[in-house]
Design a protein around this ligand. Structure first.
Ligand code: AR6
Length: 175
């Protein structure tokens, strides 16, 4: 089903694990097996079934791990959403400085969310933590990529969920 009008993008301060949306995006790593930051919070809140699904994905579709810039959906375990969309942002600290890879994370996550049937999606500031990207640049890539996507017609809510005042301000000013 297609919405009559693309939704306005929202930015809120908060914890992505508590969002009542159909799908939340996880800033994962190539291993898909968990980590710190958003990834750790999502795995803790979702419980062991999420890790089991990720292990199964590694065994079947991604034996070498999920490539940077791609996205894949799983169920959401105990989270109050239906799907987790895992994506891997570029790690600036490891020399991955191409903004197109960051844009690709937002675009492929949106595509994966629409593919599984989500109508509302929450994104964190992918790569703005452990992976070392400047929050202003992440806000620019996130808002421009998601805001310019044709896929928005399929969604009723797209929300950026940010940790901290600086991150929220960066997204608000870009919006
Ligand atoms: N809700 C919303 N935002 C959060 C939350 C939360 N619960 N927790 C952290 N943030 P990061 P990355 C913010 O480091 O930079 C993991 O170990 C955080 O303040 O989670 O893509 C993975 O396994 C920052 O603004 O993700 C990878 O190895 C943003 O979310 C690596 O970190 C992203 O920070 C990925 O690093």
């Amino acid at each position: 089903m297609t919405a009559s009008q693309p939704p306005p993008l929202e930015a809120v301060a908060g914890d992505i694990t508590t969002q009542r949306v159909d799908a939340v995006v996880n800033a994962a790593n190539t291993s898909l097996l968990g980590g710190g930051g958003v990834d750790g919070a999502i795995h803790r809140a979702a419980g062991p079934s999420l890790l089991a699904e990720c292990q199964e994905l590694r065994r079947t579709r991604y034996p070498a791990g999920l490539p940077v810039g791609e996205a894949v959906a799983t169920g959401a375990g105990d989270l109050p959403c239906r799907w987790v969309i895992h994506t891997v942002g570029p790690n600036r600290r490891a020399g991955q400085t191409d903004p197109a890879m960051l844009a690709s994370c937002f675009e492929s996550s949106l595509r994966e969310a629409v593919r599984v049937g989500a109508r509302s999606v929450a994104f964190p500031a992918i790569s703005a933590g452990i992976y070392g990207w400047d929050i202003e640049e992440v806000a620019r890539m996130a808002v421009d990529t998601v805001g310019g996507s044709d896929l928005l017609d399929h969604l009723s809510t797209v929300r950026f969920v940010l940790f901290g005042r600086e991150a929220l301000a960066a997204f608000e000013s870009r919006l």
